[in-house]
Each structure stands twice: as structure tokens, then as C-alpha cells.
Design a protein around this ligand. Structure first.
Ligand SMILES: [Zn+2]
Length: 303
């Protein structure tokens, strides 16, 4: 069975009414998994990160400001969440979940995090619902434990992984790739090791061709031991923030390709669900569930 990493705290955050962030989606995805054959033994509950672990990617000054509620109004507006101790606990637990996913994937070949992908968090500022960069922190912690480990961060969320790109820029054994919407947030793009910007309205056939060609050439050039995969579903045509024209079948095909290709090449995959923004939660959950379906078909069935 594919290991799933989840904590009920992911959906446990009080937000103002009509807030754009679909905070319930984590719990709903967990319920979807249980209703579709996952069993309780499959789930691993993560340890929250410590602030000292967070400091592998973020400045002490930033961490102190965050803990002590010392951002100014402009900084909070950029983040998009109201401050609370609940937010801090959730943030540390979710980032701990991504690190747990990495460790589990290195043991099992695959692990899926029912959260994660806070790729807009930078060294000393937060942005776009991202306070600390779970992808960069987890890659750096894994690299600290095993310096020879080669990691590919393969970010297919519709928004560029700008924070991740900057935070991992100087690291020789970590390669960052972002495939994202060209005219979308963040409007000032950072420089990943490889960026592919797609025009508005991109459809399945072209999208899948780009994902397949890119991953194939990266596996051959980078030779990663681990792929840290951001499977954001804001590429979906019904997404409120996406601007691409990808179908549910296209999301499944992308996820299936990435997981299957990695498995065939003996590369571990730590996947996070990433972004996805819709008021219609059942449709949003169905989009995120494609990653679970794909993992089941690649790893649990033998036909
Ligand atoms: Zn996104």
C-alpha cells in the first residue's frame, strides 16, 4: 500500500468567511481516500518541524517575527492568512509532513502527503498562503542527512515555485524545475534550474507532452535518487486561479506518468498535493484524488 501522510490539523484553521483558501480540502481528501479503499494503517501522522529545522531555509529574524506576530500589515496581506498560534502549529506540522513524506519515500519508493507545496515562501518573507517553504526545507534536511542524495524538485503547480527556486539555487545536488502558467502569480518570476512557462488556455495534449519530455530529459541528465513532486491541481480548467485548460483526465495522466516513470527508473517519489482553488469542494477533491488514484494504479495493482 502507498504510504499516506496526514494530520487532522491541516484543515483545523479558522479563516474569515468567504476566504479564498479551501482549508477543508485536506480533511475531505482524507475522507475520500477512506471511502475509496484506503485503510487506516496506510496513514502516517507527522511530527511538526522544530523552528531550528525551519532555519535551514529561513532567516532567524524572519522566524522570530513570525513567531511573535511582528509582520506589518503589508507583510500579512502578502501572506493571505490571519496570524494565530493555530496557524503556526499547522504550518510546522504541514512542513513536518512533507519531510516525513520524503523520509518515507526514500524507504518505500513512494509516499504521498495530503498537504504541502508552500513554494512561494522565501528566505525572509512569506507570500501567497506560504509561510515556510516545506519543499526547500525538506530537500535541505534530507540532503544534510545524506549529502550524496540527488534530489529533483519537480513542481507542476500552475504557479511558479519561486521561493523554492531561490532557496535551493546554490545547492549542487538539488535541481529545481517548475512547469507553470506564464501570466500568473508570482508576476515577478524567480529563476529555477529549469523553468517552463505555459500560455493561458494550454490544453491536455500539449501539457502532457511538455511534462513527459521534461521529466524524461531531467531523469537522464540529473539522475535523481528522489523526486519531490508538487502535484498542484490548479492546472485544472475549473480552477479559480489557474488559467490553463487541463481536464481531470489530463491531471490523472500527468500524475500517472510521473509516478510510473519514476518507479520504472528506480527513483523514489515524495508527492505533495499542492495548490487547487475552487469554491466547489467536491470537484476540487476529485481533482486532488487523481494523485491517489494514480499512485494506487502504479503501486498497488499488478495487472
Ligand atoms: Zn498554485
Amino acid at each position: 500500500m502507498v504510504p499516506f501522510i496526514y494530520d487532522a490539523i491541516y484543515s483545523d484553521l479558522d479563516l474569515p468567511e468567504r476566504h479564498r483558501y479551501p482549508i477543508q480540502k485536506y480533511q475531505l481528501l482524507y475522507q475520500w481516500a477512506l471511502a475509496h479503499g484506503a485503510n487506516n494503517d496506510q496513514f502516517i501522522r507527522p511530527q511538526p518541524l522544530t523552528w531550528s529545522q525551519v532555519s535551514i531555509a529561513h532567516s532567524d529574524e524572519y522566524i522570530n517575527k513570525l513567531i511573535n506576530y511582528q509582520f506589518d500589515k503589508k507583510e500579512w496581506r502578502k501572506v493571505g492568512f490571519p496570524w494565530s498560534t493555530q496557524l503556526l502549529t499547522r504550518t510546522l506540522t504541514s512542513a513536518g509532513g512533507t519531510f516525513e513524506t520524503v523520509k518515507t519515500a526514500l524507504r518505500s519508493g513512494i509516499a504521498i502527503h495530503f498537504s504541502g507545496g508552500y513554494h512561494h515562501a522565501h528566505h525572509d518573507w512569506g507570500s501567497g498562503f506560504c509561510l515556510i517553504n516545506d519543499l526547500a526545507i525538506s530537500a535541505l534536511l534530507a540532503s544534510q542527512e545524506n549529502p550524496s542524495l540527488k534530489i529533483l524538485v519537480f513542481d507542476t503547480d500552475v504557479h511558479q515555485g519561486d521561493g523554492t527556486a531561490v532557496l535551493l539555487k546554490e545547492h549542487a545536488n538539488i535541481f529545481t524545475c517548475s512547469i507553470h502558467g506564464e501570466r500568473n502569480f508570482p508576476f515577478t518570476k524567480a529563476e529555477s534550474d529549469l523553468d517552463i512557462a505555459l500560455p493561458k488556455g494550454t490544453q491536455d495534449a500539449h501539457y502532457l507532452e511538455v511534462v513527459q519530455r521534461t521529466l524524461t530529459s531531467l531523469v537522464s541528465d540529473v539522475k535523481p535518487d528522489l523526486i519531490l513532486y508538487d502535484a498542484g491541481v490548479d492546472i485544472y480548467r475549473r480552477d479559480d486561479l489557474g488559467h490553463l485548460d487541463i481536464s481531470i483526465e489530463g491531471i490523472y495522466a500527468r500524475d500517472h506518468f510521473v509516478l510510473d516513470y519514476a518507479k520504472q527508473h528506480g527513483i523514489s517519489v515524495a508527492a505533495v498535493i499542492g495548490g487547487g482553488y475552487q469554491r466547489n469542494l467536491s470537484r476540487l477533491i476529485l481533482a486532488h484524488a487523481q494523485l491517489l488514484r494514480a499512485s494506487h494504479h502504479v503501486w498497488d495493482t499488478t495487472e
